[in-house]
Design a protein. Sequence first.
Length: 364
Amino acid sequence: MTTMPAQVNLLDLDEEGLRAFFESIGEKPFRASQVMKWLYHHGVTEFSAMTDLGKSLRERLQLLATITLPKILKEQRSEDGTVKWLLGLPGGSAVETVFIPEAKRGTLCISSQVGCALNCSFCSTGAQGFSRNLDTSEIIGQVFLAAQSLGHERNGKRAITNVVMMGMGEPLLNFAALAPALKIMRADLGYGFASRRVTVSTAGMVPMIDRLRDTVDVALAVSLHAPIDDLRVELVPLNKKYPIKDLIAACQRYVAGRNKCQITFEYTLMGGINDDPAYARQLVKLLRTVPSKLNLIPFNPYPGARYSCSSPERIEAFKQIVMRGGLIATVRKTRGEDIDAACGQLVGKVIDRTRRSVAHRASL
């Protein structure tokens, strides 16, 4: 018995991949441009509505391809305007995506994995364990669905102006699926975001930072959280494999030769843990060697957390020390806390997480 080949989800393919797909079925590569415009400029997911494609090609695409998105299981809106979506995936798992509106921009925070294998001690997402990587279609699908839900424009302007890979998961541990999604975000035929408008956040996957630099032009954020190795190992276990010296060297390579490029270092402030003035002074010495800005993040408590947030006075004192030392520093305003959408609070639903998490961590 002959079985039909699996349909290709076109959302898994960037422009290069789409061109290769159309060539493989005997079509001209320019069909990729037409389809990308329908998908990312117009939000069309039905082949029958892609009217500049011939009828015979539309019929072939119905057989050979699909446009499959995650499913919105739940939408929550915060009093401050933040929106969080719980998105269902094949196999019964789910991820969360958050939109943060501000006066001059709208930032979409998207996930790259179901759960996370890095087990950072202060993060609720890491505490739940790891289930699997997302496909490219599941990454870019978050942008697609958010754009549909919000309306492509808000108050005469584009609703989503920035995308940050700061949701569930370590993006650079899912590089094969991440890279095509980033290319779609950046491409003129995709969402057309400028390089500084797309940010990938990492806990410090040093070899993959180098690979990212060589693959696609996007901004980089590093979850630092401590200026010395002993403390960072406690907070970010990945530091055992890639200590701060190696991480800073990778950041220096990332910005080398790039005009006005700087790294965003994220530093979550936890009372009595990493908010001592001495750490602020060490942070100044550490970051002087990298064009950078420092994003200070008040810790967001969650059930079972073993840390507490630094006091407002302690946060301000820390900020003043690093700024007097010459660093650019801001304190991130907590958003969406009433719907558990704040930094470090994303959880979602993870199936069979323990066994997979142990196996994945063993490979790091």
